[in-house]
Design a protein around this ligand. Sequence first.
Ligand code: G3P
Ligand code: CA
Length: 269
Amino acid sequence: PAPARAADGGTPPVVVAHRGASGYAPENTLAAVDEAAALGIDWVENDVQRTKDGELVVLHDDSLARTTNVETVFPGRSPWKVKDFTAAEVARLDAGSWFGPAYAGVRVPTLEQFVRHVERHDQKLLLELKSPELYPGIEQETLKVLSNEGWLDRAHLSDRLVVQSFSADSVRTVHELKPGVKTGVIGAPPVSDLPAYAEFADQINPRHTSLSGAYVAAVQAFRGPHDKPLEVLTWTVDDAAAARRVAGFGVDGIISNKPDVVRDAVDGW
Ligand code: G3P
Ligand code: CA
């Protein structure tokens, strides 16, 4: 099919800073949110995990090893799973030095701290429940944090919040608990399964490498639980050529570690 956005002169895709602007600052930290804000990017993606004592924290891996100094601070606690550490222990870790000395001392944020920071910058949040099968009840707990922070009011629900996951079951649970929250399923389910997904998901968010214009159009032909066309946000696109390619497919959003590169590539699209 024709590249929808180019042909109809519509708006360019929304650009989302993946784990914050994680090409330029340590992923999933407040510094990465600041960097996105400094670049003028208003959507931020993050990943949520849970500590041993039930604190929700923002981290991509289910282990602390790659993005913190946990192996130094807590030797002998291999494999350093988030779920085996308390919030107080996680708060002691340096989540910035691995990225560069300028970020020494940057912490793993709690979800509460992260949401407050996004709010402070007047940004919007694409929140990923990263490994919900490891954390029974995390959907309800996440909604509670969002509610406590005022993120389930009408203004936030209408255009500032989406909760997504690779786990369709988890996404369905979020929808059932709080039908007003927009949701997304990460991946590219077969078109024949889309009617079932459209019952509880507003977005289908595939990896960009396997994307086609035909698939994007097929997804957008369905209407989601809020009676709007299903949206497609694709990840993780970090160069201008790939950004223009997926923009040509008519995607609604592009998730990027270098959101300024993508924004500049699709500006005026
Ligand atoms: O936003 C979707 C994307 O973040 C999924 O992949 O591994 O970066 O969480 P991952
Ligand atoms: Ca993610």
